[in-house]
Design a protein around this ligand. Structure first.
Ligand SMILES: [Zn+2]
Length: 460
């Protein structure tokens, strides 16, 4: 890690710790009255309260990823100051150790000076920079880094926001050294997001034609019904089920007093994009109504924008033209992200927030965090300006990739939401407008039933 990397990590940790600092501050912890050092010298002799985190060696990074060695898990209560109130003492994985080996003791208290032998700095940088995605070439058929190859999945901590947990540990030490310092706690929240991939069931005659083959066993009647549906939905899209589901999603959000972002596509039809036209009156008026109701509209950038800046730029232009102002939120269709190119391009064309960083194959904390954060460009060794809002769960992940039962999916949603709230983070959920009725009927019911539960848990 170089000094720029370190400053980046200190700032990201300081935000979660709750330090009030300016975004260009290179030493954010000075505002707490406690110095934080990352060095092999323990600063036991200085008068000012200090925390020294002993660094691991760079060679540990390869070892961690490629050796398949089991990571050491430690009770959180063994990592925080004695007598610190810790109501949920969970086990946490420690990815890196100062001086490279698991330590007993894990910290040393010497009057005003604390030495930590667990390397929270490297652990945070490992997760936030997505280094593992840049050094491993595994891709699924859509060019995405698969969850199964991530360290978090392999070592069983994809369901723990470890960066946020590390920050809270650091907070506890700062409070121990300076009880007068008060952290600025972030209010946990729920963010509902909806990718609008389809407005009608059959986006082309070809899709309809294909449905004849899949439905042939249901007989001639089914084929005629599909043909009628196709004709009817094409001439009256506002009568289409997927269209009406958008209004239903909006109503569910309003009823539960929650925020939603609706991501619309503006791309032409492709093998993976349905190519609906946002300029037809039915969709235009729907988008206007959503904006008037206080919802946010973002771009659902099409399949082939992953590494094509001209394409994402022209798609943004079309959306901005329709809504009459600059869109600032973006999510990649199929969650196709190539790091750092996709994020760089989004930033370059004017997006302020990306919502694509979640694994399609598995729910959980891909980046080890549920706090919005600045991603890191490992090629240029610099922090990007765009903010990533990590995606925690997508509907398709639970049903199609993981094949969970509805009960298990609901339980998993509640667990991950609770984990997010406990670290003062945002639980971001993606629910498509295609996932409410028809084949998704029971899942749609679960979605509408779980929203009040998520809100109740949040307000507890
Ligand atoms: Zn999509």
């Amino acid at each position: 890690m170089n000094p720029i990397d370190l400053t980046y990590v200190l700032r990201e940790l300081a935000k979660r710790v709750g330090v009030n600092f300016k975004s260009d501050d290179s030493n954010p912890f000075k505002h707490t009255g406690v110095e934080v050092f990352y060095s092999t010298n323990n600063n036991n002799t200085i008068v000012q309260p200090s925390i020294t985190i002993i660094p691991s060696e760079n060679s540990c990074w390869d070892y961690l990823l490629f050796s398949n060695t089991k990571i050491e898990w430690v009770l959180k209560s063994d990592l925080i100051p004695p007598n610190h109130n810790d109501s949920d003492s969970i086990l946490l994985p420690i990815l890196f150790w100062g001086n490279n080996t698991p330590h007993i003791p894990k910290f040393i208290i010497n009057k005003n000076n604390i030495t930590l032998y667990y390397d929270l700095i490297a652990g945070t940088f490992f997760m936030l920079s997505r280094w593992e995605e840049s050094v491993q070439s595994f891709k699924d058929k859509h060019g995405r880094f698969p969850a199964e190859h991530s360290l978090a999945f392999k070592q069983g901590f994809l369901d723990i926001p470890i960066v946020d947990e590390y920050a809270l540990i650091l907070r506890s030490w700062i409070q121990y050294l300076n009880p007068n310092w008060k952290p600025l706690k972030r209010k946990p929240g729920i963010l509902l997001t909806h990718d609008i991939d389809h407005i009608v069931k059959y986006s082309s005659p070809l899709k309809l034609f294909k449905s004849f083959f899949t439905n042939y066993r249901f007989g001639k009647k089914s084929i005629i019904n599909n043909l009628k549906l196709y004709k009817n939905e094409c001439s009256n899209p506002d009568e289409a089920l997927y269209y009406k589901n958008i209004t239903e999603l909006a109503k569910l959000s309003i009823d539960n007093n929650l925020n939603s972002i609706f991501f619309f596509q503006t791309s032409k039809k492709s093998l993976y994009d349905s190519g609906y036209d946002i300029n037809i009156p039915a969709i235009q008026s729907l988008i206007v109504k959503l904006i008037e109701s206080g919802f946010t509209i973002g771009l659902h950038s099409s399949y082939f924008t992953m590494n094509n800046i001209n394409k994402i730029q022209s798609e943004k232009f079309l959306l901005d033209k329709l809504i009459g102002f600059q869109s600032i939120h973006c999510r990649q269709h199929f969650l196709r992200v190539q790091l750092p190119d996709t994020l760089r391009n989004q930033e370059e064309v004017g997006f302020l927030y990306d919502h694509s960083l979640g694994y399609p194959q598995h729910e959980g904390f891909r980046c080890g965090t549920c706090h919005p954060y600045h991603p890191y460009d490992l090629e240029k060794r610099k922090e990007l300006k765009i903010t990533v809002v990590p995606l925690i769960v997508m509907d398709n992940t639970l049903r199609n990739y993981r094949k969970l039962s509805i009960d298990n999916a609901e339980q998993q949603l509640l667990i991950l939401a609770n984990r997010s709230y406990q670290v003062e983070g945002t639980f971001t959920l993606l629910w498509h407008n295609t996932s409410l009725h028809g084949n998704w009927e029971q899942w749609g019911k679960m979605y509408s039933n779980i929203l009040p539960k998520l809100v109740m848990m949040l307000n507890k």
